[in-house]
Design a protein around this ligand. Structure first.
Ligand SMILES: Cc1cc2nc3c(=O)[nH]c(=O)nc-3n(C[C@H](O)[C@H](O)[C@H](O)COP(=O)(O)OP(=O)(O)OC[C@H]3O[C@@H](n4cnc5c(N)ncnc54)[C@H](O)[C@@H]3O)c2cc1C
Length: 392
């Protein structure tokens, strides 16, 4: 432990690996402490995994800047050029077109494991980054000039900055004594990978029903990831159906525009909750990604928010490092928290509005449907929403 590193990142998920890549390529000395195994290589013909994320243009740009995007094979990413939202009857709907902003697309759908693997491939090429797998912190001791982190294998690390990127149940957050505000929505999301009758699509749509939204995320070829929100009880019952019964339930309850499902290829469900850390920073410590905030996944913005944290934190830390300053300095971290907290709060507020308007009482739902129709006619508002969703 003689050496004091520039930074220790706890958690080698997509957000932690992005921070490690940004700091590593800026010439900083970094240890990435990951509780699990390093991500395995994914054969190009492997079936699609259930965990898929929509990467907006800001996230895509960050992955390009840290040298990871080129490791995501074209066969494993699906661009989307249109986003649509509608009410139950599909009478009122809004459609966003990338062409209206003179963009080729809004972003890409990519499996989480493919994004993570791409980032780790980049980390392998950065001499300043050391990956420590199957290791977890058990104690954190903040100090004036450096923080100490004790790992469960007995190793002691020292760094000027510790970054907690260890997900929703962050132990780093706990060690730093940072409380969270939590809310259960009483809903679950059933994710179903299907083979579609229609060929590859470039539209992602979401239909709001009183029970919760139904969404279609296109994947390469005749593939799609469906997300079906409902009460915990209804979701668990649906999840227990056999493949054919689930296929028939989708064809019956999903909008006709899905165009039919040839086969159900996999399914899993997740509880829907919100969690927000009461603060993002402590002395020489910062939280990023799900360690800082878990939002309702209905607009697919959780990872995008986390990658924007990674961009904001690394931009400020690298600027201090290049100026010969202290990357864990209080002003650097406070600046990061001041930049990111309002963004997250705005996103949480937007998700709450969507959730309550579309799953609330009938008058509210009616207002939601009318709102979609109105927004469709207001091109200025539409463009503002599009730019926000892109992270621009
Ligand atoms: C149903 C669902 C659908 C979603 N869809 C989208 C979407 O379309 N678009 C989008 O942007 N977001 C989406 N999200 C959100 C997105 O998946 C998360 O925001 C994102 O995975 C968070 O990444 P992370 O790196 O912060 O955390 P994680 O992915 O949780 O990574 C944490 C890492 O830390 C490691 N770790 C954990 N504990 C320790 C420890 N004690 N010590 C060391 N390492 C540890 C873990 O092994 C893991 O590698 C969705 C979420 C859900 C639930």
């Amino acid at each position: 432990m003689d050496e004091t590193l520039d930074a220790i990142i706890v958690g080698g998920g997509m957000v932690g690996a992005a921070v490690a890549a940004a700091l590593g390529q800026a010439g900083m000395s970094v240890a990435l402490v990951e509780g699990g195994a390093p991500p395995a290589a994914i054969p190009i013909e492997a079936p699609f995994d259930l965990r898929v994320s929509s990467l907006n243009l800001a996230s895509q740009r960050l992955l390009e800047e840290v040298g990871a995007w080129s490791h995501i094979p074209e066969a494993r990413r699906c661009p989307f050029r249109h986003i649509e939202a509608s009410d139950t009857a599909e009478k009122r709907h809004i459609r966003f077109n990338a062409a209206e902003l003179e963009l080729p697309d809004f972003g890409h759908f990519v499996e989480n494991r493919v994004i993570r693997r791409a980032l780790w491939q980049r980390l392998d090429a950065l001499p300043g980054v050391t990956m420590l797998c199957h290791a977890r912190p058990v104690a954190w001791v903040p100090g004036g000039h450096r923080s100490l982190l004790e790992l469960d294998d007995g190793r002691m690390l020292a760094a000027r900055l510790v970054v907690g990127a260890d997900g929703a149940a962050s132990h780093t957050r706990e060690l730093a004594g940072i409380a969270t505000r939590d809310e259960e929505y009483g809903q679950r999301a059933l994710i179903i990978n299907v083979r579609t009758r229609l060929p590859q699509q470039d539209v992602s749509w979401q239909r709001f029903t009183p029970a919760g939204p139904q969404a279609m995320l296109p994947l390469p070829g005749h593939h799609a990831s469906l997300v079906w929100y409902d009460s915990a009880e209804a979701t668990l019952a649906r999840e227990a159906l056999d493949d054919e019964a689930l296929r028939l339930a989708i064809e019956r309850d999903f909008p006709a525009r899905l165009g039919g499902v040839e086969a159900v290829l996999g399914r899993a469900s997740f509880p829907i909750r919100r969690r927000h850390a009461e603060r993002y920073v402590r002395a020489r410590l910062a939280l990023v990604g799900d360690a800082a905030h878990v939002i309702h996944p209905l607009a697919g913005q959780g990872l995008n928010l986390g990658l924007q944290d990674a961009e904001a934190l690394s931009r400020r830390v690298i600027a201090a490092f290049h100026a010969g300053g202290d990357p864990g300095d209080r002003a650097v971290l406070v600046g990061y928290a001041r930049e990111r907290r309002p963004q997250t709060l705005a996103m949480i507020a937007a998700m709450e509005t969507f959730h309550h308007v579309f799953t609330g009482a009938a008058p509210l739902r009616h207002a939601g449907g009318a709102g979609l129709a109105l927004a469709e006619r207001m091109s200025g508002a539409k463009r503002a929403v599009m730019r926000h969703a892109l992270g621009l």
